[in-house]
Design a protein around this ligand. Structure first.
Ligand code: ATP
Length: 215
């Protein structure tokens, strides 16, 4: 289970964005997270993906407390939680081909050998052709780039996946395709998912349970 207990976090001293938030992402389930704009959903996503250290409270990953965040977090904990953000263009290196985008976590974690095969397998899962993998971000659509970001997030087979408004910029058919990919990952690996969205109808069909973050 990926849990946050009593999380307090923010950006400016004395002005917490999260003031004592409890959250439990269970293996094999999609937990939806809704709440008004600015209430701290993305901030909670950053804490649970170990990208932002909370001021107080505790994150636990399958029972083990997370003691260090960002680059200081142990690799085993960092790679256990994948993340996909709303705006794919802000989360990829514009010089990379999509193949390099997808391969990046595997290369950074020192995996050798079967990286090319694994990229092909992931591309197939998310619906990217070999030709699209050769292109760079400015040569593909937002939806195609988000498919690459999802493939990248799944590349190390994370036990948890945080989707922060993953489909907010996408059309209905791409949204449905990406949700199917995430659900297939849950089905085949038993991963737990935190799906953050302002779209109640999406969460209604996607999430097993929905939590509302208070403003
Ligand atoms: N990097 C940052 N530096 C300073 N303040 C920030 C930063 N990121 C977010 N905030 C502030 O923290 C608060 C919560 O923002 P957050 O992005 O977590 O909300 P959200 O619920 O995800 O909103 P939305 O639904 O609009 O994306 C907002 O008041 C925002 O202005």
């Amino acid at each position: 289970m990926l849990t946050g207990a009593g999380l307090v976090a923010g950006y400016t001293r004395g002005h917490p964005v999260l003031s004592g938030v409890d959250v439990e992402v269970r293996p094999g389930e999609v937990l939806g997270m809704a709440g008004p704009s600015g209430c701290g959903k993305s901030t909670l996503a950053r804490v649970l993906t170990l990208l932002l250290a909370p001021w107080a409270g505790e994150v636990r990953l399958d029972g083990a407390p997370v003691r260090r965040f960002r680059h200081a977090a142990p690799r085993e904990q960092r790679t256990a939680v994948g993340v996909v953000f709303q705006q794919p263009r802000l989360s990829v290196d514009p010089r990379f081909t999509l193949r390099e985008v997808v391969a990046e976590p595997m290369l950074a974690s020192g995996r050798a050998g079967d990286v090319a095969d694994r990229v092909d397998e992931l591309a197939d899962q998310v619906g990217l052709t070999a030709e699209l993998l050769r292109r760079r971000p400015h040569e593909v659509s937002d939806g195609q780039l988000q498919r690459a970001c999802l493939a990248r997030a799944l590349s190390l087979r994370p036990r948890y996946l945080v989707c922060d408004e993953m489909t907010a910029m996408l059309d209905a058919s791409t949204t449905a395709a990406l949700v199917r990919v995430v659900n297939a990952h849950v089905e085949s690996t038993g991963a737990g998912v935190l799906a953050i969205s302002h779209d109640d109808s999406l969460l209604g069909v996607w999430a097993d349970r929905v939590m509302r973050l208070a403003p």
